[in-house]
Design a protein. Structure first.
Length: 445
């Protein structure tokens, strides 16, 4: 902890330019002169020090998403992590765990300022290595899905959201029909720092197994992707191996979620890996996959439209242990009306609440997420992993996550053991929803 000695990692927060394409260069805030920031590799269980240097004029926070680490280093002001002051620096020390695909990003509030927090380029992968990775793949590639140049709009299309057409167990009999307020949308999309076609392709050879680490680093949107001509073998969700790996044609990821998937390269050609929604893909969200000695135009083939269903990756027939306590959480939208921003309620109130959410150390909790709104929300619990036990009435077990999409008017139930004393933030991972009420703080009794 000696400030004179070098830390294991240094992250410098400062203005950066991102060359999405030769004719499209934008200015944002990033880490170490790049966005995304560097892929940080850490060893599970080996304590690390990180110097965060803030070369901007506002206080910042670096959150370590998906790690089981104490509140004072988690990177969340509400949990008591000290901010990194404007033009200042601070050293953090923690022991990364568990192994798997994690990420780091700004946890600053943004409110109506679309140049702050997770709207900026402050994000990157952390890969926590267990030390006994079998490594049954030929290439390992990190891909983060992003949108840029956000703006307010009252006309939000959400073709990517599931739930419309599916079961809607939480649809209220009486709907609030007030006019909707402003949501945030984007003009430009990328994978890592390049729009489709502007960067180097992923170069593969026939017969290779390619391990993709996928992250939805969007501040505001869930995203569905596919790789033309190929299937993904999903092996981990939010960095945690799934009980039943399955092949799928498309992957839906909520903001903040990660998926690890193996692709067997058995279809020589030149293909597009990208957003299934045409507008998003043609606005940049894609990357070319090019087989050796193949030179034709990149091909896109729409995948069969199948709903995203986490439960296919679960343990069939397993019943989770009964919880010691069940906590119901009901989420509702207060439509903002023209020109104003929607607000969000957790159990009838915007954040902060008066200490309703309490864990007792060692007890097993069941959280029931009732989404009584017409949006799908990626809900994130800090500093803990939960096990998905039910989605819209379908039971499951064995899927460990830190973020779960609860579909529009849908319900998800998760179990966890309260074994990480300290303040623990819970929120929707869409920055705008979090900033306008969709947040709760758990404390330990
Ligand atoms: Cu939300």
């Amino acid at each position: 902890m000696n400030a004179g000695s070098a830390a294991d990692y240094t992250l410098r927060i400062a203005p950066v330019t991102v060359e999405l394409a030769p004719d499209h260069i934008l200015s944002t805030i990033g880490y170490n002169d790049t966005s995304p920031g560097p892929v940080l590799r850490m060893r599970e269980g080996k304590t690390v020090s990180v110097d965060v240097i803030n070369d901007t004029d506002v206080p910042e926070l670096v959150h370590w998403h998906g790690m089981l680490i104490p509140s004072d280093v988690d990177g969340v002001e509400e949990e008591g992590t000290p901010t990194v002051p404007a033009r200042g620096r601070r050293r953090f020390q923690f022991t990364p765990r568990p192994a798997g695909s994690r990420w780091y990003h700004s946890h600053a509030m943004a409110g109506a300022d679309l140049h702050r927090g997770s709207y900026t380029g402050q994000f990157g992968f952390v890969y926590v290595d267990s030390g006994n990775d079998a490594g049954r793949y030929d290439q390992e590639i990190f891909l983060s899905l992003r949108d840029w140049e956000p703006f307010f709009t009252s006309n939000m299309d959400d073709d990517d959201d599931d739930g419309h057409g599916g079961p809607q167990p939480e649809k209220p009999a009486m709907m609030n029909t007030d006019p909707n307020g402003l949501e945030v949308n984007s003009m430009t999309y990328s994978i890592n720092d390049k729009v489709l076609g502007a960067g180097e392709p992923i170069r593969v050879k026939q017969g290779q197994r390619v391990l993709l680490h996928l992250l939805n680093a969007s501040a505001i949107e869930n995203r569905r992707i596919a790789l033309a001509g190929h299937q993904f073998l999903v092996i981990a969700l939010d960095g945690n191996p799934v009980p039943t790996p399955q092949k799928v044609d498309g992957i839906l990821m909520g903001a903040g979620e990660r998926v690890d998937a193996i692709v067997e390269m058995n279809q020589p050609g030149v293909w597009i890996l990208g957003a299934t929604e045409e507008r998003i893909r043609s606005s940049g969200l894609g990357i070319i996959v090019e087989y050796e000695n193949q030179h034709r135009q990149p091909q896109w083939v729409p995948p069969p439209r199948a709903p995203w269903d986490y439960t296919i990756f679960g343990k069939a027939g397993a019943t989770p242990a009964a919880p010691d306590q069940t906590i119901d959480m009901v989420f509702e939208k207060i439509p903002g009306g023209p020109g104003s921003i929607n607000h969000w309620l957790v159990n009838g109130k915007e954040y902060p609440h008066d200490g309703e959410f309490v864990f007792r150390q060692g007890l097993r909790y069941r959280l029931v997420f009732h989404n009584r709104s017409d949006d799908s929300h990626p809900l994130h619990l800090h500093r803990h992993m939960f096990e998905l036990v039910e989605l819209n009435g379908k039971p499951t077990a064995g899927i460990k996550k830190d973020t779960v999409i609860v579909p529009a008017f849908g319900r998800a139930t998760v179990d966890l053991v309260a074994d990480q004393p300290g303040l623990t933030l819970f929120h929707c991972h869409m920055q705008q929803h979090m900033d306008y009420g969709f947040m709760a703080l758990f404390r330990y009794a």
